[in-house]
Design a protein around this ligand. Structure first.
Ligand SMILES: Cc1cc2nc3c(=O)[nH]c(=O)nc-3n(C[C@H](O)[C@H](O)[C@H](O)COP(=O)(O)O)c2cc1C
Length: 179
């Protein structure tokens, strides 16, 4: 059976929790990207990586870029964790295709998971970014807003959590099929 390593980048713990749910099902280790050594990647047969979405920036994408030579042919799955439901999968795939080096994503399948947000726990910089994002979104006419836009506006000042252990099952099944 092939060995699996799950690497994640998580600001508020949602991607970390998803990584742990995956690891329980796959019986494999998890590591935050800041702690991953080249050797960890060399030893693993299959790598799963992912992280939170921050205004179009994808957690773990810089890590994947940095380790593209170790990850080539090994990155089996990449997951994103965002607040909004992924309405237009094509747009998200296009974002990831841009964010990840082509040679690394060749064998990788993408998975889109929903996290959460607690406005009272946001770091100052994220609170300011959210404020700007919401102000920009509110400028759109209500009938022009997507579900993502509305979700963003509705989350202001609230604590919401859409994460669920069942959401990892498609990724887990996919990795099991490769083992
Ligand atoms: C400043 C900021 C920007 C965000 N931008 C997006 C976004 O573009 N799309 C999205 O779906 N979620 C967005 N989110 C929500 C986060 O992706 C969500 O809270 C996620 O669960 C964070 O995962 P993490 O705790 O693993 O980092 C944003 C959150 C903050 C604070």
């Amino acid at each position: 059976m092939k060995s699996v390593l799950i690497c994640y980048e998580s600001q508020y713990g949602y991607s970390q929790r998803y990584a742990q749910w995956m690891a329980e099902k796959l019986d494999c280790p998890t590591l935050p990207v800041a702690e991953v050594k080249k050797d960890d990647l060399r030893k693993a047969d299959l790598v799963v990586a992912g992280g939170g979405l921050y205004a179009g920036k994808v957690g773990s994408a810089a890590f994947v870029k940095r380790h593209s030579s170790e990850l080539e042919g090994k990155l089996a799955a990449f997951f994103t964790v965002g607040l909004a439901p992924v309405e237009r999968q094509g747009d998200m795939e296009a974002l990831l295709k841009k964010a990840l080096p082509p040679q690394v994503q060749r064998n990788a399948r993408f998975f889109f998971l929903r996290g959460g947000m607690d406005a009272s726990r946001l770091k100052w910089v994220h609170r300011m970014m959210m404020k700007m994002l919401v102000e920009m979104t509110k400028k759109k006419a209500p009938d022009q807003r997507t579900k993502e836009d509305q979700g963003l506006i509705d989350s202001i000042g609230k604590a919401v959590d859409f994460s669920s252990p069942e959401a990892v099952l498609p990724l887990v099944d996919y990795i099991k099929g490769l083992r």
